[in-house]
Structures are given as C-alpha cells and as structure tokens.
Design a protein around this ligand. Structure first.
Ligand code: AVJ
Length: 313
C-alpha cells in the first residue's frame, strides 16, 4: 500500500510564494517535520554545534544565580519547548515555581513535553498552550494563578527571526506575559567565522541532511518533484547582517514542479532556507529595549560563546 500523505495547503502556499521570488526562499519553520525534528536533535549533539551544550552549561553553572534573580514562585511560560529537557533543567533550578505553560503549535509535542515535566515535578501545575507564537495569542485566563510570569525562549531561536521580527516577537511576548513579567532569553553571540560555519556545516553532514530534508518534505507534502541529488547544502556567514544563512544550491540547471507550476533553477542558484542571527550584546540590548524590555542580567560561558538574558518588563 502506498503511503498517501496529505498535501499541506499552507506548505504549498509558502513554497509557491518563496520559490516565485527573485531570490528563492522557504520559511525555516517547515524544516521541523518528524524527520527534521529528529535531525535537529542529532545536530544538538554534534561536536561542532556548540549552542545547545553551551546554553545548558550556562543554565547549569549559573542556576543558583538565575534562580535568585528570578525569585520564588514564578509561572514559567516557555515559547517552543522542544523536547522539554531545558524546562526540566530550569524548573529544577528555580525556587518553588508556581506553574509551567509550554506554548507550541504542535499539540502532539506538547503532550510529550507535559508528560516529561510532570514526570519530573509531579506536583507542578502544567498547562500546555497550543498556539503559533510567531503571531499574537493569549494565555488561558488565570493560567499560573496570580504568580509573576517568567517567559523562557531558549536555544537562540530568537536568531531565526529577522531583527524587526525579533522586536515584534519580544513586544508581543511582553504583552502576552503581562505587567511585571520577566523573560529568560538564550541568544548566540558573534564569534570567529570558522566556528560559526562549522556549526552549520558539520563533518558528519547531519546539518546537510536536515536542510535537504526540506526538499524531501516538499516532495511528500507539497507534491513537488525535486531531485534530491540536484541540490547541495551550504552554510554561509553574511558579515553585513551578522548571520549564518543556510542555502540549498542547485548543482545543475533544472526545472521543478510544485503546486501546478514549474520553477526553473540556474546552476548555482540557491534557495535560502534559514537565517541564524548572531548578536553582539549591545545590539540585542537595543532590540530588547525597542520592544519595551530592560536588561536585568546577562550570563555567558567563560569563552563568551553564548548568552542567557534576564529581561524585565
Ligand atoms: C532553531 C535556533 C536552535 O539556528 O542554530 C541548527 C536551528 N539550523 N542548525 C539554529 C539550526 C541549523 C537552530 N535553532
């Protein structure tokens, strides 16, 4: 029996829009289907991919200091909890957290996260919130009671937004979390180009597989006919915008069908699939302030690879 995978109208629409542009592009959120999520988790364990382990190290080594700065009884609202491992780490460090509210667009994931956190903290109220946090949303009324809210946005996912989008996200998060709230934010820092490029072009080629999986997904869920060996993964540092860009570069001229259209590629033409902005602390502080937040604290690892910020509304 052939696996009848349903076409995803939103994916088809985004792909048509992105591939019709002069500089072809696809939104990075589509990288995370089941296979993409599995590959991303493998990326976080690669020797070259320092962000996850460095952030975990900061949360671990500075946990007491972070807990003191946050204070007792915070209701933690996590934007994009992943597998929930960092939530368990943070909740374990905080003093008497009042509740945990993971926010994600994928309900199946939220159930796994809720189970994991409840397994670790059986008495902690856990209230999953199904929402796309790249758009405005409200928390359920009374979620977390009257406890002060602590937003948690880890992994430098903030870097996947354009800077203007990052400001818009931070401003919306401030409104969603409400008066007197705080935000714990993980952000990757500008560093030597060789380290950055290796982190996004690893020698085991896991990141290449992660990027190319997007084309396989378009074939499965958007009815496209990409030849997977027709494209190569590339990770490039853009010095003007201080960001790593992932591209899928056509190895030869080709035509691809998708959604009843044909898209032509010249040899060397690329699809821009993700930007991962790296920040200098001054610049991120500006963006946070433009969104109405004040920096209360900033923690980094000894080599200043990664940063964790406590922002106050
Ligand atoms: C989604 C921000 C955690 O940009 O570093 C990893 C995604 N892309 N390797 C990042 C990613 C390629 C990652 N984050």
């Amino acid at each position: 029996m052939s696996a009848a995978v349903e076409l995803q109208p939103a994916l088809v629409a985004d792909a048509i829009a992105g591939l019709s542009a002069t500089r072809k592009t696809l939104p990075c959120k589509w990288l995370y289907d089941a296979e993409g999520t599995r590959l991303f988790e493998a990326i976080t364990r690669l020797p070259e991919y320092y962000p996850t382990r460095t952030e975990v190290q900061i949360l671990d080594q500075r946990g007491r200091d972070i807990a003191q700065a946050v204070g007792r009884g915070a209701a933690v609202v996590e934007f994009g909890p992943g597998d929930g491992a960092k939530a368990v780490q943070l909740l374990g460090a905080l003093q008497a957290p009042a509740a945990y509210l993971p926010v994600d667009i994928a309900p199946e994931w939220l159930e796994d996260v809720a189970e994991r956190v409840t397994g670790a903290f059986p008495h902690l109220p856990v209230r999953p919130v199904v929402a796309d946090f790249t758009r405005p949303f409200d928390l359920p009324a009374h979620a977390g009671g009257s406890a002060a809210r602590l937003g948690f946005f880890s992994g430098s996912t903030i870097g996947n937004f354009e800077p203007e989008e990052a400001v818009a996200f931070l401003a919306r998060a401030r409104a969603t979390l409400g008066p007197g709230s705080r935000m714990l934010l993980g952000a990757d820092l500008v560093k030597e180009v060789a380290i950055l490029e290796a982190a996004y072009d690893d020698s085991a080629r896991v990141t290449a597989a992660f990027n190319l999986n997007l084309l396989a997904r378009l074939n499965r869920e958007a009815g496209a006919d990409f030849e997977l060996d027709g494209f190569a993964h590339a990770a490039r540092w853009n010095p003007g915008r201080e960001r790593i860009e992932m591209h899928l570069v056509a190895r030869r001229p080709q035509r691809v069908r998708l959604g009843g259209r044909v898209f032509a590629f010249a040899a060397g033409e690329s699809i821009h699939t993700e930007s991962s902005h790296k920040y200098r602390p001054d610049r991120l502080r500006q963006l946070a302030e433009a969104a109405g937040w004040r920096q209360a604290r900033i923690w980094t690892d000894p080599e200043e690879m990664f940063s964790v910020w406590l922002l106050e509304a």
